[in-house]
Design a protein around this ligand. Structure first.
Ligand code: SF4
Length: 244
């Protein structure tokens, strides 16, 4: 795999399209060594559409925490049917899950930030580590204006937590730009968005938000804003940022 000059790439691709950034990453890292993390959010659906149009062999993975909305599983079927591909599915270890739920109960995330993070670690972070150990780069749908924990992300980054490249092709997009793309290409999206949801994650930890509220305010709403990430996205500065 070629080494990427992140500073130069971020300067160059700030003026180019998201598709250009994806195309460059695929070319440099290799189609079998790069993967898209999808939670079936509108951002990930846009990237799925772009990536599969660039190369139909693209790898796209989904972490099945076991606690997703039924509508998310329905949208997975619809998306696979539409584009003719299969998600790579990663699930928590049954030993970890059995030990955690036996000790702390099925709703431990509401008990304390520590137990919420433990649940995210078992159901999301550990499966993520498994998939990322197989690639040299991952593509994510993070955007700067999603939350205060995502203000400094760039298009091309080094993910020191997993020792691979991380590409955020729509880092500078607004939510409205995402919707414009969805409408323009008739990309399938979750009907939860029609009911006030603006970020999709596990069902017990996601709720609709009111107009004007932060996009991520419907996630772990019982915790303070600075702590609202689940450990999937950790910045190069060592701050814990997450995946959906
Ligand atoms: S989002 Fe909630 S249910 Fe999902 S892994 Fe994290 S704490 Fe557990």
């Amino acid at each position: 795999m070629n080494e990427l000059n992140l500073e130069a790439l971020n300067t160059e691709y700030a003026a180019k399209s998201a598709e250009d950034a994806i195309r460059h990453a695929v070319e440099k890292i290799g189609i079998s060594k790069i993967t898209l993390a999808s939670s079936l959010s509108i951002e990930d659906q846009v990237l799925t559409d772009m990536l599969l149009k660039i190369d139909f062999r693209a790898r796209i993975f989904f972490i099945d925490t076991g606690r997703h909305f039924q509508k998310t599983y329905d949208l997975m079927d619809e998306t696979m049917e539409r584009y003719g591909f299969n998600y790579e599915i990663y699930a928590p270890s049954h030993e970890d899950l059995e030990a955690m739920v036996s000790r702390h109960g099925a709703n431990l995330f509401y008990e304390s930030p520590e137990l919420r993070k433990k649940c995210c670690e078992v159901r999301k972070v550990k499966p993520l580590k498994r998939v990322l150990s197989t690639v040299g780069g991952w593509i994510c749908g993070l955007r700067r204006d999603q939350s205060q924990t995502r203000q400094e992300i760039n298009i091309f980054e080094w993910d020191s937590n997993h020792s691979i490249y991380k590409i955020n092709p729509i880092a500078f997009w607004s939510e409205e730009q995402v919707w414009e793309y969805i409408r323009k290409y008739n990309v399938p999206y979750s009907s939860l968005y029609n009911n006030g949801f603006r970020s999709i994650g596990c069902q017990p930890c996601t709720r609709a938000v009111k107009p004007g509220e932060d996009v991520r305010s419907g996630r772990w709403w019982w915790e303070s804003p600075g702590k609202k990430e689940c450990g999937l996205h950790v910045s190069g500065h060592g701050d814990t940022n997450i995946i959906n």
